[in-house]
Each structure stands twice: as C-alpha cells, then as structure tokens.
Ligand binder design. Structure first.
Ligand code: SAM
Length: 306
C-alpha cells in the first residue's frame, strides 16, 4: 500500500479552504487528495495521473466523495490543457507529489524495481511506446552514458553504458533482473554502500522513459498559470535533481529586491509572481520516518501566488 508522505505538513501548508478548487497533479492512490476532500465543503478537486491503474485505485479510495472530484488521465506537465475539459482554470491549491508510487514499485510486471524480476518496462503511462527495454537496447553507448550520468548522477555511467552495450550484443536485455545483475557485476558489488548498485541506473532509466524532468519543468510553469492570487503550490520531491529544479524555479519566481544606492529598491530578474511559504524544505519527522522509510528523502516546498 502507498502511504502518502508528509501528509499533515502538506495539507497544513496548502491551507485548504472549504469552498476551494484544488488540483492534484500526481493523484496516485489519492492519499493526499482524500485528505484535501475531507477539508472541502462545496469545493472541488481535480486529480491527474498518467497511470490508468492509479486512477482506478484513486476512484475506489474516493468513493465517499462522489460528485466532489473529477479524475483525468494525462501528464501533469500538460495540466493547463488537461484541466480545460473540466471548465476550471483557476485553483486555490495545487499539489505535485512526484516520482513513482509504492504500488508501481511493488508490481513486478511494471518493471520499475531492481528488487523484483519483471520486464524492463518502467512506463507510468502504458499507452506510451517508449519503454526501458527500448532505451537499454537501442540507445547508443554515449546516449546511455549521458542518461545514466544526468538523471542518475552515477559516476560510473560510462562503465555501465559500455557493459550494457557488450551484454546486449549477446541477446536483447529484457528483464529488470538481468540489468540489475549486470550493473552489480560491473560495479563489483560496491562494498560498504547501503543502496543497491543499480539504484541510480534504474532511477535514470525511469526518468528518461517518463520524461520526468521535462514534466516537472512544464508542470511548474503550468501550475503558476493556473493558481489564483493567494493560491498555493506544494511540491514534494524525492531526490536532489528534482529538488534543485523546484528550488531554483521558486527562487526565480519569488524574485530579488535590491537596494539602490540613490535610495529605494528595485526588483531584479523576473517580475515576482510568488512568495515563499517555507524558504527551507519541510522534511519528515521521526515518527513518519519510522513508519515509512520512503519519506526519508522527501522534501516539501511551498509557495503562494502574489
Ligand atoms: C508518489 S505518487 C503520488 C502518491 C499520492 N500523492 C498518494 O498519496 O497516493 C506519484 C504518482 O504520480 C504519477 N505521476 C508521475 N509523474 C507524472 C506525470 N508527469 N503526470 C501525471 N502523473 C504522474 C505516478 O503515476 C504516481 O501515481
């Protein structure tokens, strides 16, 4: 079961209004959305997920709130376009809790996990054609190394890419197990490391297959365009690449006021659109960490529309 991370903190920082209109761009099993809906009176919630299986689970979880929400299949990177079908275009709060869900990781046949034997798939949206199998078996050695380095921040990216190219010449690499073993063998077991040697490679492939950083960049822009003045955007990330992107995006849109020598001040850079609700990211408390190890790397950042 997927436990929603930083649930209390997220709901609190979104400052839910009973008659507010909310958008959850990464609905998952609707753990966060259900809590938002509990706080609504005559408000409404729109939930987006790329994974049709998640939409099914969410609908089941939200059945007590029938009529108060609408679920949409799609990429939150296209949220401005997607929500047009609901007739809504101004929201009081938007949540992005990005990455994969425990449900996706736990289902071996989705191919997300190096701990489960399954097909090399990793597509969140099963209607898309690009899968991890295609990336692993058709990208050039250089392209593979770049993906593993950029999205996995893996220092041994070139060695891994070269091992993949040698291995796939024998026969197509089509399972998570074979890829995980190959990376493990290539890195010599990485003694002393707490994480599996294939962690970064799998993360990188997943991000490439699902275009995750592009979705995040576009989703952040789309979210600001959809927020009402005073509306809040809460983003939960799980690793440094994503957190950096969110941090820099928020900083850019908070703007910087510089003092002028002649007195007074002026804004530098972009016209400020948001204010920080929290300047430092919110992280999980000890109690949550005990119950949900996935919360270890979670960071919540929140801004409010000016
Ligand atoms: C971490 S889970 C969200 C869990 C959810 N907050 C809950 O409490 O159940 C992330 C979800 O977002 C979805 N997702 C990831 N990237 C997406 C994207 N670009 N567009 C739409 N959904 C996306 C995944 O399919 C997954 O179901």
């Amino acid at each position: 079961m997927h436990l929603p991370v930083l649930l209390e903190e997220t709901i609190e920082s979104l400052a839910i209004k009973p008659s507010g209109i909310y958008l959850d761009g990464t609905l998952g099993s609707a753990g966060h959305s259900k809590e938002i809906l509990k706080g609504l009176n005559n408000g409404f919630l729109v939930g987006i997920d790329r994974d049709e299986a998640a939409l099914g689970r969410a609908a089941e979880n939200l059945k007590d709130f029938e009529g108060k929400f609408r679920l949409l299949h799609g990429n939150y990177g296209d949220c401005e376009d997607l929500v047009k079908q609901t007739g809504l275009n101004a929201f009081d709060g938007i949540l992005l809790d990005i990455g994969v869900s425990s449900n996706q990781l736990d289902e071996a046949e989705r191919g997300f996990s190096f701990m489960r034997s399954g097909p090399l798939d990793m597509r969140m949206d099963r209607t898309q054609t690009l899968s991890a199998k295609e990336v692993v078996n058709t990208y050039s050695q250089e392209e593979l190394a770049n993906v593993i380095f950029r999205f996995g921040e893996e220092r041994a990216s070139r060695r891994i890419a070269s091992a993949i190219v040698r291995e796939r010449a024998k026969s197509e690499i089509s399972t998570t197990e074979r890829l995980a073993e190959l990376v493990d063998k290539t890195l010599g077991g990485r003694k002393g490391s707490k994480t599996h040697p294939a962690t970064k490679t799998f993360q990188a492939l997943r991000m490439e297959v699902n275009g995750e950083l592009d979705a995040l960049s576009n989703g952040l822009i789309g979210a600001l365009n959809l927020l009402k003045p005073g509306g809040r955007l809460a983003v939960i990330t799980f690793h440094s690449l994503e957190d950096r992107l969110v941090k820099n995006f928020f900083r850019e849109h908070v703007g910087r006021e510089v003092a002028l020598q002649a007195g007074g001040s002026r804004w530098q850079g972009l016209t400020p659109r948001v204010n920080f609700i929290n300047k430092k990211p919110i992280t999980a408390r000890a109690k949550e960490l005990e119950e949900n190890p996935r919360a270890r790397s979670a960071k919540l950042r929140v801004v409010e529309m000016r």
